[in-house]
Design a protein around this ligand. Structure first.
Ligand SMILES: Nc1ncnc2c1ncn2[C@@H]1O[C@H](COP(=O)(O)OP(=O)(O)OP(=O)(O)O)[C@@H](O)[C@H]1O
Length: 350
């Protein structure tokens, strides 16, 4: 998608360090107020992309438009963006209130004070206004960094692993609070994270990157249920690939029987393909189905993840309610129950 009304419009953007590509021909768009997230393995180029958007890294080619205008020639302070990077670097000699008011030099002193106080209150920091950064907990420091970036009310906030130093509980709470706050203020964001749960909970649209490329840019549900590539399929959530053969345009045969696909397959009849099978795609079955051997079990509370071996040796994983305890070596009948059958060419799975 491209065109009017977009807040951020990146097209075929490439970045390199000393000739080594870090971001390759990447395109994505954000609408006003949209929350996006970039997921991907370490070194895939997420931070470089964020730095290029912020203006701290000059891309080698491609276009970057902000609010409909070319932004590549603009220095960071002219791009009108807020950012919170991993090393949040609050000013140690300034109080919380002064840290938050720091970016408000364009306002007169009265407006600056009221905007500062209002932003402190939005993040629940009003009682800490007079403290210095070293007198705050890690979570409070993160809130101050967020407040500082939000105080000028940018229309786009760039966040590079802003919660990574926090424990899981605090991390989840701050993430949910920030999402609600950004939605309320109508501020768009692009968040970089390693954490899939964080990406799905925070973002409207999630991008999966690998080796400098954006492989898919879609809502979390789409990524999980209709992954565009085998990499996305195995990176997002758990899954195994089941060997299959194309019977006709809509059907494939597998060790679990025939599966019907929702749309026409782009493969010739008889070709070897792989079907993505998520742990929630297999159901225990009292009658019918295929008998599998349990090779491992991992208790997860409400559910137990079973590793199963089919008669032909294929290993699959299945998530069953944990009411019934099974041991390795036990036999269980299973049947596939797939809302979306995702099929890839054999050679693409590797
Ligand atoms: N300043 C730099 N000089 C040279 N190479 C760099 C520099 N910064 C990053 N790179 C390289 O560019 C590639 C992309 O790095 P980047 O930091 O963008 O990845 P990332 O996806 O953010 O990784 P992580 O999740 O580990 O933070 C990597 O191969 C990295 O080694």
């Amino acid at each position: 998608m491209s065109g009017p009304g977009l807040l951020l419009d990146i097209d075929r953007l490439s970045c390199a360090y000393a000739g080594q590509p870090a971001v390759r021909e990447l395109g994505l768009t954000l609408r006003p107020g949209e929350l996006g997230c970039l997921l991907g393995p370490s070194g895939c180029g997420k931070t470089t992309l964020l730095r290029a958007i912020a203006g701290f890294h000059a891309p080698s080619s491609g276009t970057l438009r902000l609010r409909g205008a070319d932004a590549l020639a603009l220095p960071p302070e002219k791009r009108g963006l807020g950012f919170v990077f991993q090393d949040l670097a609050l000013f140690p000699h300034l109080t919380v209130a002064d840290n938050v008011a720091f970016g408000l030099h364009r306002l007169d002193s009265g407006a600056r004070r009221s905007r500062g106080l209002e932003t402190l209150a939005l993040l629940g920091l009003q009682d800490l206004a007079g403290r210095y950064p070293h007198e705050l907990s890690g979570g409070q420091q993160q809130r101050v960094a967020l407040a500082r970036s939000l105080a000028p009310r940018p229309d786009l906030l760039l966040l590079d692993e802003p919660f990574s130093s926090l424990d899981a509980d605090l991390r989840g709470r701050l993430r949910d609070e920030l999402r609600a706050l950004l939605k309320r203020l109508g501020i768009a964001a692009l968040l970089v994270t390693h954490d899939q749960e964080e990406a799905f909970a925070f973002a409207d649209t999630v991008g999966v990157m690998n080796a400098g490329r954006l492989l898919q840019w879609a809502p979390g549900f789409e990524l999980y249920h209709r992954p565009a590539t085998p990499f996305v399929a195995s990176f997002v959530g758990e899954g195994r690939f089941l060997a299959a053969r194309v019977i006709d345009r809509r059907r494939v045969s597998t060790a679990l029987g025939e599966l019907t696909v929702g749309s026409d397959l782009p493969f010739t009849v008889g070709s070897a393909v792989r079907v993505l099978l998520r742990p929630d795609d297999l159901m225990p079955s009292d009658d019918g189905g295929i008998e599998a051997e349990v090779s491992a079990v991992a208790f997860r509370g409400a559910e137990t993840l079973h590793t199963l071996k089919l008669p032909d040796g294929t290993a699959l994983t299945a998530l069953f309610p944990s009411h019934q305890q099974r041991e390795p070596g036990a036999r269980v009948r299973v049947r596939p129950d797939l809302a979306h059958v995702v099929v890839f060419a054999d050679e693409d799975v590797g």
